[in-house]
Design a protein around this ligand. Structure first.
Ligand SMILES: NC(=O)c1ccc[n+]([C@@H]2O[C@H](COP(=O)([O-])OP(=O)(O)OC[C@H]3O[C@@H](n4cnc5c(N)ncnc54)[C@H](OP(=O)(O)O)[C@@H]3O)[C@@H](O)[C@H]2O)c1
Length: 339
């Protein structure tokens, strides 16, 4: 065993606004031992995902919050070190949920074996994992884009948004991507989006109207905020809005100033027969995950869906990389390489 201790990062305090260093506590404890039916895992990669910001808060949500002192949660790609379970042997690589630590013990039934000959193992955290599935399920089951329709998505270079735009293209739709900063706009063009708009530049509403001259039929909502304000007037009659995430709000500590616009929103929903449908990806796992793995694995292998990974070295740097990801410092799927 390369390390006698397990370095962990735990929740020290609930953040107020953007998380800061003192919200995280680093410690070292003995490496745990697996019991019957369990496996000791060494963490290779940790997925950084926006939902973890919600789990750091105790506000009501779809999942229970972390408690103070808990290891920060997260999906991991890990290597089996010691196994107390049939079917798992040292050296095997698995998708697990070990969180922000070097070692974890997990029940075997929570692990998914990964085959490095099919795709790089990190893809299990991104394009071939939960974020890619979120794009696939939300777009196809709720957005249901038709050939010739226009699909818009923000956070469009992230693992969810980039898959949304590329799957939309495979359905014969036009893809309008919205992202922050010049290098992300270049990436959207390289990925084949028909239009790429920088939300940090002025006049997003006018530029969006020009980029979607026939209006928007599907808006895959990842961010909310000013982007949603620009999209709403462009939504066509019978437009579908899979409401996937609201990244612009995750660090907010109060409501934005200004008039109450809920009446305006409901008026648009009514008069244009809009469908706004929130979803958590796990709803679609039983019905769509096998199809997703089959389709997405093929699309990635054929180069029809491309992906970008933003890998930061070192468990110690997870807090800063996580905070950066929430405000757009990442280009592609944000991952920590631990071992
Ligand atoms: N419902 C579900 O089951 C489910 C599952 C997975 C993910 N999600 C949600 O899907 C969304 C995308 O997730 P991801 O993993 O692909 O994350 P991501 O795109 O890698 O990271 C979040 C991105 O949000 C953008 N952003 C942050 N603040 C913004 C603002 N004020 N205005 C516009 N954009 C802003 C940033 O991109 P730019 O630099 O381009 O602005 C940032 O990179 C998130 O909202 C996440 O919570 C939902």
């Amino acid at each position: 065993m390369s390390s006698p201790t397990n370095h962990r990062i735990r929740l020290a305090a609930r953040p107020h606004g953007e998380p800061v260093a003192t919200d995280f506590q680093h410690d070292e404890v003995p490496v745990p031992s697996p019991g019957a039916g369990e496996v000791l895992l060494r963490t290779l990669y940790i997925s950084l995902d926006p939902y973890v910001r919600g789990r750091m808060s105790d506000a009501r949500s779809y999942a229970a919050p972390m408690e103070i002192g808990d290891v920060i949660v997260g999906a991991t790609v890990s290597e089996v070190v010691e196994s107390g379970a049939d079917g798992f042997a040292p050296g095997q690589v698995v998708l697990s949920y070990g969180g922000w630590q070097e070692y974890s013990v997990e029940p075997a039934e929570r692990l998914r074996r990964l085959d490095p000959s099919v795709a790089p193992v990190t893809t299990a955290l991104g394009v071939l994992g939960m974020p890619g599935f979120t794009a696939y399920a939300g777009l196809l089951a709720i957005g249901a884009p038709q050939p010739g329709e226009t699909v818009a998505v923000a956070a469009a270079t992230g693992p969810v948004g980039s898959a949304v735009g590329q799957i939309a293209k495979l359905q014969g739709a036009r893809a309008v991507g919205i992202a922050g900063g010049e290098r992300k706009i270049e990436r959207l063009r390289a990925l084949g989006f028909d239009e790429a708009l920088d939300h940090r530049e002025a006049d997003l509403p006018a530029r969006l109207a020009a980029a979607a001259p026939d209006g928007i039929d599907v808006y895959f909502e990842n961010v909310g905020g000013a982007v949603w304000d620009a999209v709403l007037p462009q939504l066509n009659e019978f437009a579908r809005v899979p409401v996937c995430g609201l990244a612009a709000n995750y660090n907010a500590t109060s409501l934005p100033e200004g008039p109450d616009r809920s009446g305006q929103l409901m008026g648009a929903v009514l008069s244009r027969s809009l469908t706004l449908r929130g979803f958590i990806q796990r709803e679609f796992v039983p019905s769509m995950f096998p199809d997703f793995l089959r389709d997405m694995t093929a699309w990635v292998a054929e180069g029809k869906v491309r992906y970008t990974e933003d890998i930061t070295d070192g468990l110690d740097r997870a807090p800063e990389a996580f905070v950066g990801m929430l405000k757009g410092a990442n280009l592609g799927k944000a991952i920590i390489r631990v071992a």
